[in-house]
Write a protein that binds this ligand. Structure first.
Ligand code: FES
Ligand SMILES: [Fe+2]
Length: 473
């Protein structure tokens, strides 16, 4: 499929049945709120979406060595993933075929590759073959065959440093599912990104509400006023009449792809790109102005921009910008030179990939990648098994490492208080801080639908249309 044809999302399909509740409708310009608040809708998602969609069960960094395992929960089902060897990962339904005991909990390593049930000691290898049943002759008249006691496999694909799984043996081939965004994931070099930190946060919102808080740049001036001071001053300040036209989000391009994926990126030169002087106030040095702004992302996220990158940028201070170049271009040149000297893998150096820095790639149904220079934040949101108003929000911070530096195994940190500045950095804390109020508003008796901006909020619409293709099938 050519890139041009991959880039156009299909038109929404008309409803197949008439019994679809009005409160679950995707409208032409908005979304009915039952899709977020109705426990029946959540149940339908568990019946028709999650058992059939490709989903990211883990980063490969969670199981770096042979015999390492980790578990993945979605709804009330559990899967464990085990690294068989350098190349192979297997996923199994997490139960013992004898009487159902979960064979794995959390993460760890199966000693010598032996998977042993703690209840009666049945044993398997990492390929899922059973090697031991105590008093085997007592079962099935002594005729227990290997297939009766094999571990039950789940379809599994390793790609871009992720372990994708699909519970449906008849599912869409993985290559077809990922094709529309494969060129981006490949060129962003996601597969070389290693664990930096990983946090899991319980949030008071439907899983879709939680992820849609990150599907556009439209919220930035109001939610993150420190990142767009002039715009925030207009929104919250004295000057609220008239029009303000300097919003950074007006420079952001949005795109939806087949299979529900989407992205936003630097579509046009921003107020900042190639025009640093506009941001330079009070005679500030342009390098300081740019570095101070990036520092807000370091301090506010720790990983969307790395401290070492800002430190490198500051070394440009006082140096002349060569004819035909720009401060931004010099910064990129320096980053790549530094990475090459350290043997550190970087994203492909193309305009399309550079435009993704500071943008976002959405992998349907529930993962967002926010890439930068050799590092990326990855968000994953999972629904609560029964409560439509709660979800688990995870942040995986990843980066490439210099040659010879051994990556550490990814271990999740559970956030106990999402409002604690020591546990959650400012920027995600601001985003997640809105969720309680959104949930409250969506439950208001007066609330029927949300409105969506046609261009800027198209990833939300694209996600819901794809969701309907699963739910209404
Ligand atoms: S339940 Fe696993 S060996 Fe009995
Ligand atoms: Fe945000």
């Amino acid at each position: 499929m050519s890139r041009a044809t991959q880039r156009t999302a299909p038109r929404p399909q008309p409803a197949k049945s008439d019994d679809w509740p009005p409160s679950w409708q995707v409208l032409e310009h908005g979304i009915r709120v039952g899709r977020y608040t109705d426990p029946e809708f959540l149940r339908l998602e568990f019946e028709k979406l999650w058992p059939r969609v490709w989903q990211i069960a883990a980063r490969l960094d969670e199981i770096p060595k042979p015999n390492d395992f980790t578990t993945y929960e979605i709804g009330d089902t559990s899967v464990f993933l085990v690294r068989v060897d350098e190349e192979t990962v297997k996923a199994y339904h997490n139960f013992c075929p004898h009487r159902g005991t979960a064979l794995a909990e959390g993460a760890g390593t199966f000693p010598h590759g032996n998977i042993i049930c703690p209840f009666h000691g049945w044993r398997w290898d990492t390929q899922g073959n059973n090697h031991y049943v105590l008093s085997r002759e007592e079962f099935k008249g002594g005729k227990l065959c290997p297939e009766d006691v094999r571990l039950r496999e789940v379809k599994c694909e390793v790609y871009a440093g992720f372990v994708f799984i699909n519970f449906d043996p008849q599912c869409m081939p993985f290559d077809e599912f990922i094709a529309p965004i494969r060129w981006l994931l490949d060129d962003l070099n996601l597969k070389e990104m290693r664990h930096y930190w990983w946090k899991s946060i319980q949030v008071p919102a439907n899983w879709k509400v939680a992820q849609e808080a990150f599907f556009e740049g439209y919220h930035v001036p109001a939610t993150h006023p420190q990142l767009e001071e002039d715009a925030a001053r207009f929104i919250y300040g004295e000057r609220i009449e008239g029009e303000f036209t300097e919003y950074n989000h007006l420079n952001v391009a949005y795109e939806t792809f087949p299979h529900g994926h989407g992205r936003f990126y630097a579509g046009k030169p921003s107020n900042y790109q190639g025009n640093v002087k506009r941001f330079v106030k009070g005679g500030k040095d342009p390098v300081d102005a740019m570095a101070d702004r990036l520092q807000l992302l370091v301090d506010g996220m720790d990983a969307q921009v790395l401290q070492e990158d800002v430190d490198l940028l500051r070394t440009l201070k006082g140096k002349p910008i060569p004819e035909g170049s720009s401060l931004g271009a010099e910064y990129v040149r320096l980053l790549y030179e530094d990475a090459a000297a350290k043997g550190r893998p970087m994203p492909k150096l193309t305009p399309e990939i550079l435009n993704m820095w500071g943008g976002e790639l959405f992998i349907f149904p529930n993962v967002m990648v926010l890439p930068q220079a050799g590092n990326a934040m990855i968000y994953r949101v999972r629904p609560h098994p029964t409560d439509p108003n709660r979800s688990t929000f995870e942040i995986f911070s990843t980066r490439t490492l210099p040659a010879g530096v051994e990556p550490s195994r990814a271990v999740v940190e559970h956030v106990t208080d999402p409002e604690d500045p020591n546990q959650v950095y400012l920027i995600p804390r601001q985003d997640l801080g809105n969720l309680k109020r959104i949930t409250k508003g969506l439950h208001s008796w007066g609330m029927r639908q949300i409105w969506l901006a046609e261009y800027t909020e198209q990833i939300i619409m694209g996600m819901h249309r794809e969701l309907d293709r699963y739910l209404r099938d």
